[in-house]
Design a protein around this ligand. Structure first.
Ligand SMILES: [Ca+2]
Length: 325
């Protein structure tokens, strides 16, 4: 039976959320119950999601606007969101559901106890708000799969650290991350897909060539997103102080989504992951930060399943097969 999934996403800023939505429409293993948007301009993000679903021939999948302002801090938008996806007039005209994302999540889970998986691809604000509003979703959710966190920082072949110690999604709303991580979801149903595996999973060159040659509308949309990506990536990396030399097309979000219905590609371990704030020197700013959320493994009773190894080549092939199918 198809896995019933709500995809919760900060679509628009990085390309891989868009890839995940498009990929979801090509997987018969998934029944996409809805797409909920989070972080920053969630109206714009909802329009981007609705447009992609239309391109993929799934205009009836509901899209719900979620929490834009994090429970702590402010959201950052870069200004290029929606480029090569939305036509100028579509920034006004595209419609999506009136139901707020947190209510949609609560309603779906409570009407279908034990059947709905939620996959988060951004800050976890919507899930945190939904849990506070209706704590019974914690026992009634089938699983929560989160693309978030870094457990052991990833080094490049020259031993330069190329993953941040502080991961983007959780730190875009650390208060929400703490609510969700400490909610009491049993470990079998709380699945973490961290940078440890996603930053090892690029779209391989030979697979990229296959996508470029395809005439499938979804493959063409993937191609047009990547066409405008390099300057956008440069802008993001420079603004957060990440070196730009070793960038690739990472499949963070499609990999996390796949882990909700097919655990062949990532090996999971039961672990205890704690949340901590510790003193962090930030060389680019010459400051010491004290408000960065860290996800630290502890030698304690496991509280979640953590993906630590990935069959990256096989996943790139699998992703591509679906996109061009
Ligand atoms: Ca994302």
């Amino acid at each position: 039976m198809a896995e019933r999934i709500i995809l919760d996403t900060d679509i628009g800023t990085y390309y891989d959320d868009a890839f995940a939505v498009l990929f979801a429409t090509k997987c018969p293993e998934i029944k996409l119950e809805g797409v909920t948007t989070v972080y920053g301009d969630t109206d714009l993000r909802s329009k981007i999601a609705a447009k992609l679903l239309k391109v993929a021939g799934k205009p009836n999948v509901p899209v719900c606007k979620g929490v834009g302002v994090p429970l702590k801090g402010n959201a950052l938008m870069f200004g290029f969101e929606g480029e090569n996806i939305l036509e100028e007039d579509e920034r006004e005209s595209i419609k999506y559901s009136d139901q707020p994302a947190d209510d949609f999540i609560i309603e779906k889970i409570m009407q279908n106890p034990g059947e709905i998986s939620v996959v988060t691809l951004g800050a976890v604000s919507n899930v945190a708000v939904a849990m506070v509003k209706e704590p019974r979703i914690i026992e009634n959710i089938k699983q929560l799969v989160m693309m978030a966190a870094v457990v052991i920082p990833v080094l490049d072949p020259k031993s330069v650290m190329r993953s941040p110690r502080e991961e983007y999604n959780f730190n875009n709303d650390p208060v929400a991350a703490e609510i969700v991580m400490n909610s009491g979801i049993p470990k079998e149903r709380l699945v973490l897909v961290p940078c440890d595996v996603t930053l090892r999973t690029p779209l391989l060159d030979q697979d990229w060539e296959r996508i470029k040659k395809s005439n499938d509308p979804v493959a063409k949309q993937v191609k047009s997103i990547i066409d405008v990506w390099p300057p956008q990536e440069f802008q993001i990396y420079i603004s957060v102080g990440i070196p730009t030399e070793f960038t690739q097309v990472w499949l963070h979000d499609p990999l996390a989504l796949t882990c909700a219905f097919d655990k062949r590609f990532v090996k999971f371990y039961p672990m205890h992951i704690a949340t901590e704030y510790s003193v962090t020197p930030i060389p680019r700013d010459m400051v010491i930060a004290t408000d960065i959320l860290r996800t630290v493994p502890k030698k304690k009773e496991p509280n979640m399943m953590v993906g630590l190894q990935v069959d990256a080549e096989r996943f790139s092939n699998y992703f591509t097969d679906k996109i061009i199918s």
